[in-house]
Write a protein that binds this ligand. Structure first.
Ligand code: MG
Ligand code: ZN
Length: 170
C-alpha cells in the first residue's frame, strides 16, 4: 500500500488496472466519530471492507482519498494517521491512500473540495478520470470528484454494499 501526502512527490502503481475505485475514508469506510486516529475508534461501516475486496476481485485499482485536518489542527500526528491506516487496512485491500493533513486555513489546494488528490490517484494508476469513481459522504467529496472529472457517488449511510450496482461490482 502506497501512502501519499497531498504535497509530496507522487508514486506509480506497479501493474495495470482498467478501472479505479476511490473512496473517502471517514463516513464511508469507517463510521465518522470525528477525528478518528486510534485503532479502537476505527469502526468499519457495514459492508465497507467487503466492497473494497469486491473492487479488488474485479481487477480495479483501489484508493482512499481523505482530508485529515486533525493533523494540521494538532489533534494527532501524521505518524499516528499512517500507523492507523497500516493497522486497519490489511495488505492487498487498498493500493493507495492520499491524504491532506492541512487545516482549512492553510488553503491547501489538495484539500477537498479541490480535485488535486483525486488527480494524484488517477496519475498513480495511470488512468483517465472516465475510468474512475469516487464515493464520498459530503458535498466536498462530490465537489472534488467534479473538479477532477471523476464520477462522484454520494453515500448516505447504511450498508456500503447497497451501492454495489452503481459501482459495477454487483
Ligand atoms: Mg467523509
Ligand atoms: Zn494538503
Amino acid at each position: 500500500m502506497t501512502i501519499l501526502r497531498c504535497d509530496r512527490v507522487e508514486g506509480r502503481f506497479e501493474g495495470m488496472v482498467d478501472r479505479v475505485a476511490l473512496f473517502d475514508r471517514d463516513g464511508v469506510l469507517n463510521v465518522d466519530h470525528g477525528y478518528v486516529c486510534k485503532v479502537e475508534d476505527f469502526e468499519w461501516v457495514e459492508g465497507a471492507s467487503e466492497v473494497l475486496d469486491l473492487c479488488r476481485s474485479r481487477g480495479m485499482g483501489v484508493g482512499v482519498i481523505t482530508n485529515q485536518s486533525g493533523i494540521g489542527r494538532g489533534y494527532y500526528s501524521e505518524g499516528a494517521f499512517i500507523d492507523l491506516m497500516e493497522s486497519v487496512l490489511p495488505a492487498g485491500m487498498v493500493d493507495l491512500v492520499v491524504y491532506c493533513p492541512h487545516a482549512p486555513e492553510a488553503d491547501c489546494t489538495g484539500r477537498k473540495p479541490g480535485g488535486r488528490m483525486l488527480e494524484m490517484a488517477l496519475r498513480f494508476f495511470a488512468v483517465d478520470g472516465s475510468l474512475a469513481f469516487f464515493v464520498g459522504d459530503k458535498a466536498s467529496d462530490l465537489g472534488a470528484a467534479d473538479a477532477a472529472g471523476v464520477r462522484g457517488i454520494r453515500f448516505q449511510g447504511g450498508d456500503l454494499r447497497d451501492l454495489s450496482k452503481d459501482l459495477g461490482i454487483s
